[in-house]
Design a protein around this ligand. Structure first.
Ligand code: NAP
Length: 482
């Protein structure tokens, strides 16, 4: 069977394809999942021109009508649900149940924001003056650039596309080169749902060249970016020169605090789930378990025993819990940090190697890895790895655990495992992170509430939930005398 080429989508047409790049399966690099049209700067500027031309028509369409297109796209995705989830496993490596969960989330996100088209809450307040009616309407911004990473290749594009569109903006989407197909399927669904030409545009290709072209685009009004701190920082610099509205969701080094009074077995399960599922490649994954002294040794032993039961392999196989790293570069990053951990004196309790053998040789498989006796200054306690590597740290008590947890530049997600109500609230008020969980894994968020971090992890208004509308719209305030 010949490999399919997936084209870019500009001004309602499928375009490009004379130059392509490969999308390979990280569990089996012999398999090319698809070829993608390799966009260039010119494609980005054509896409932005198309989005600019489409903006007045889309912005003036009423909200429920825009919502109907999102509902239709959600139904189309639902009909192709199994095939799209399987493609995600093949392009990104996460297990099939995880991929199904993500595609379901994208469908729910489309439906949630479709509903916002019928609400689009503004403000209506009483005036100090008689017979003056004062209110504020939301209005769209214009052309928005969406730049997305590979780790949630469908949900992240979905949680940017849906609120951008429902607010009346037009879009240029640049997906991650390692996993562009899941985002392409969202755009295909919008096309099939009848979205007017130019409203959504999709250009795949190298981030550096396309990112520069995007920020150079005159029509652009806003950028929403999810990815590494390094690229986010660069984009922020470029965006400020032009006073573009910008939203950045970036790296993390998320802690789970485990206290002596926790539900022990449930906490082991939560930490293992948050550290290793999706190969530790969730931005909200736990990479530091900060465990109270009183249960430290017993907890480390239990983590190791539970981790021994995890099966690594091709995510399409039903008995597999952990898929491969997304690509060679991420695999090398994982292995490099494991070596650093060993050199800096952390105790390697389990894992630490690339997996080899017939089941593994064609993929980027690394063992789930646990280091204990990790101290605050060690590199693996401070830097984001984005792989299945857990640093377990010792805390004297709750206060010490909070101090350690907060002693990093990041602030994306954090979790506490405790049955003590006072500690729970002290955690909620004292923890420097945007997403908190209690007695749950640090990863595993829904779409109905604001999403995003604090400190170096994030910048700008939050994504998802009602908060998403604040990034993708502006207020127009009206005073009316009658
Ligand atoms: P990345 O390397 O920063 O890439 C993210 C996106 O930016 C990709 O589409 C990439 O394109 C593009 N890009 C690369 N260079 C660019 C440039 N100069 N200008 C504009 N865009 C450019 O990140 P990643 O490796 O895909 O994702 C992993 C990172 O994302 C981790 O740090 C993780 O913590 C973070 N993340 C954060 C969240 C959150 O919500 N906070 C969620 C998920 C992931 P190419 O693929 O073509 O290079």
């Amino acid at each position: 069977m010949s490999t399919q080429t997936f084209l870019n989508y500009v001004n309602g047409e499928w375009t490009g394809g004379s130059a392509t790049f490969e999308n390979r399966n990280p569990a089996n690099t012999d398999e090319v999942v698809g070829l993608f049209a390799k966009g260039a700067a010119r494609d980005v500027s054509d896409a932005a021109d198309a989005a600019h031309a489409a903006f007045p028509g889309w912005a003036s369409m009423n909200g429920p009508a825009r919502g109907n297109i999102l509902y239709k796209a959600a139904d189309i995705l639902d009909r192709k649900f199994d095939a799209i989830a399987a493609e995600m496993t093949r392009e990104e490596g996460k297990t099939l149940p995880e991929a199904k969960g993500e595609v379901r989330r994208s469908i729910n996100i489309f439906r949630y924001f479709a509903g916002e088209g019928s609400r689009m809450p503004g403000m209506l307040v009483p005036s100090e003056r008689d017979r003056v009616h004062m209110f504020a309407l939301r209005k769209p911004l214009g052309v928005t650039g969406l730049v997305t990473p590979w780790n949630f290749p469908s949900a992240i594009p979905a949680w940017k596309l849906a609120p951008a569109l429902i607010c009346g903006n037009t879009v240029v989407l640049k997906p991650a080169s390692s996993a562009p197909l899941s985002a392409w399927r969202l755009v295909e669904a919008l096309h099939e749902a009848g979205i007017p030409k130019g409203v959504v545009n999709f250009v795949a290709g190298p981030g550096g060249a396309l990112g520069q072209a995007l920020v150079d685009t005159k029509a652009l009004k806003a950028i929403s970016f999810t990815g590494s701190c390094q690229i986010g920082e660069w984009l922020h610099g470029e965006a400020s020169k032009r006073r573009l509205r910008i939203q950045l969701e970036m790296g993390g080094k998320n802690p789970t605090i485990v206290l002596g009074d926790c539900d022990f077995n449930a906490s082991v399960e939560n930490v293992v789930n948050a550290a290793f599922f999706s190969t530790g490649q969730k931005c909200t994954a736990t990479s530091r378990a900060i465990v109270e002294e009183s249960i430290y040794d017993k907890f480390v032993d239990a983590l190791v025993e539970r981790t021994k039961k995890l099966k690594v392999g091709d995510g399409m196989k039903p008995d597999v819990h952990i898929g491969p790293a997304v690509d060679q570069a991420q695999l090398e990053t994982d292995l490099r940090y494991i070596e650093i951990g060993k050199k800096e004196g952390a105790a390697l309790k389990i894992g630490g190697n690339r997996l080899t053998g017939p089941e593994y040789d064609k993929g980027f498989f690394v063992e789930p890895t646990i280091f204990s006796e990790v101290t605050e200054k060690m590199t693996i306690a401070q830097e984001e790895i984005f792989g299945p590597v857990l640093a377990v740290m010792r805390a004297k008590d709750f206060t010490d655990a909070m101090r350690i947890a907060n002693n990093i530049p990041f602030g994306l997600s954090a979790s506490v495992q405790t049955t003590n109500l006072s500690r729970t609230f002290e955690f909620i008020y004292g923890m420097e992170a945007g997403l908190l969980t209690v007695n749950l894994p640090s990863a595993g968020v829904e779409y109905q509430l604001p999403f995003g971090g604090t400190k170096d992890s994030s910048f700008g208004p939050k994504e998802q939930g009602p908060a998403a509308l604040d990034f993708y719209s502006d207020y127009k305030t009206i005073y009316l005398k009658y």
